[in-house]
Design a binder for this molecule. Structure first.
Ligand code: C5P
Length: 231
């Protein structure tokens, strides 16, 4: 469990613009535990871009999903960047997660934490049904979560709607990282289901991920500080 409130806050820096990302990082670094860089940033700026973002440890949200050998190679390729967290799709299967874990172990005690993504929050029961999955999204998320954790994932990225259920079903050891967070009064944007920072932590989130409510705020540092103070 991270100590102190700012440690629980992960700021999602979603921009392809390296200068803007670096400037945002500088302005919020005192008020968060990690910076999350995802596909939008990574595909535009690559590993060299990641090295330009300093001040807090990096969560690389790359949602890896491929055959085990390829995902293991991907993990080895990012180890020199020393990310604190990396995401991969639980739907890739237990062997893929296990291969990723073995590759990550090469970094020893500084290895990245592996976080599994279960059912994308953009998918509903009808979307799952169309792919042959008859269960509801929550049951499927729990099934994928168990596969991922037993294969060596350290935790999960999960929606605010799932955090209480997953904490109850999986116990204290599973790390839960929760996006879809909106402080009272901020714009929901394209997030269909949101929760306040304090509620998510109360229900069992180890970390919360907040992007636009901080990065689009007139004063990102003040916005991050206000959220950190509530968790
Ligand atoms: O701007 P906002 O706070 O909505 O950003 C949330 C971040 O969390 C984005 O980087 C988004 O890709 C990520 N995320 C999410 N929902 C998920 C998984 C990841 O919003 N289910």
């Amino acid at each position: 469990m991270p100590e102190g409130s700012p440690q629980r806050l992960i700021v999602a820096i979603d921009t392809p613009d390296l200068a803007r990302a670096a400037s945002l990082a500088r302005s919020v670094e005192a008020h968060c535990g990690l910076f999350k860089l995802g596909l939008e940033f990574f595909l535009a700026n690559g590993p060299a871009g990641v090295r330009e973002i300093s001040g807090r440890p990096i969560f690389l949200d790359l949602k890896l999903h491929d055959i085990p050998n390829t995902v293991a190679g991907g993990i080895r390729s990012i180890l020199p960047l020393a990310p604190r967290m990396v995401t991969l799709h639980a739907a890739g299967g237990g062997a893929m997660i296990q291969a990723a874990r073995e590759a990550a172990e090469a970094a020893g005690t500084d290895r990245p934490m592996l976080l599994a993504v279960t059912v994308l929050t953009s998918l509903d029961a009808a979307d799952l049904d169309a792919t042959g999955v008859r269960d509801d999204p929550a049951s499927q998320a729990l099934r994928l979560a168990r596969i991922a954790l037993s294969a060596g994932a350290d935790g999960l990225v999960c929606s605010p709607l799932e955090v209480a259920m997953l904490r109850r079903e999986l116990g204290a050891a599973a790390k839960l990282v929760v996006p879809g967070i909106r402080p009272a009064g901020s714009a929901i944007g394209d997030q269909a289901r949101t929760m306040s920072p304090e509620e998510a932590v109360k229900l069992g989130a180890d970390w919360i991920v907040v992007g636009r409510p901080i990065t689009d705020a007139p004063d990102p540092a003040a916005a991050a500080a206000a959220i950190a103070a509530r968790i």
